[in-house]
Design a protein around this ligand. Structure first.
Ligand code: URA
Ligand code: SF4
Length: 215
């Protein structure tokens, strides 16, 4: 019986820990169908010696245009939350679980579509390569897509968030919500409360860095 090969970025991921080489190679990835409609691959950004990797879901419309992670509305919200938590974004390596923008066209607009399990798993070799290159102490996953890719399993964000979890490629992992989820909460009070929890979770990055000095 013939088995259909699972989509995977693996054939496009070079065996290197050089981030620039990885970024260059990612431009040609055809590991799953998402490259076909997106404008470009959006690779991670930040220092190769960053002690923390922050992982989102996938690029949005603006990220797809600019080719940089978290530069659109979700990115602005993320910046505000990081600021409120006194975390310096320049100390982080910021990336996404899925490197191409998945969307559905609606008139002239492109509406975000959630990547499925096969796409998340297809793109995982890029995240693994980024983790191998940066060698972070802490990996922070925002939302269920990131958490699935980072933990390699399905997670329950609401119960697993806000705790340092064991991880085999870093000293710890931390799960929190995705900033875009906050934008979708209609009630003001609940939105404010969730915002507070998101800032609290991000504040754990500083807690971690203080408790684990370099060297
Ligand atoms: N949402 C994400 O998860 N990542 C981005 O880069 C932008 C929006
Ligand atoms: Fe490759 Fe990931 Fe883009 Fe799919 S989403 S084509 S696996 S880079």
């Amino acid at each position: 019986m013939e088995r259909k090969q699972k989509p995977s970025a693996a054939p496009w991921v070079p065996e290197t820990r050089n981030l620039n080489r990885l970024r260059e190679a990612s431009k040609n990835c055809e590991g799953c169908g998402l490259y076909q409609n997106a404008t470009r691959t959006v690779f991670g950004e930040g220092g190769r010696n960053a002690r923390v990797i922050l992982v989102g879901e996938q690029p949005g419309d603006e990220e797809d245009i600019q080719g940089r992670p978290f530069v659109g509305p979700a990115g602005k919200l993320l910046n505000r939350a990081l600021e409120a938590a006194a975390v310096d974004r320049s100390e982080l390596y910021v990336t996404n679980a899925v490197k191409h923008f998945k969307f559905e066209p609606r008139g002239k607009r492109r509406i975000h579509a959630k990547p499925n399990v096969a796409e998340i798993s297809a793109c995982r070799p890029w995240l693994e390569a980024e983790v191998a290159a940066v060698k972070p102490q802490l990996i922070v996953a925002m939302g269920s897509t990131a958490a699935r890719s980072v933990m390699g399993r399905e997670t329950r964000v609401m119960t697993e968030r806000g705790h340092f979890l064991p991880h085999d490629r870093a000293e710890s992992a931390l799960i929190t919500v995705h900033p875009s989820a906050l934008l979708r909460i209609p009630e003001h009070d609940r939105r404010e409360a969730e915002w507070g929890l998101f800032v609290r979770d991000l504040g754990m990055i500083n807690e971690w860095l203080k408790k684990h000095p370099i060297g």
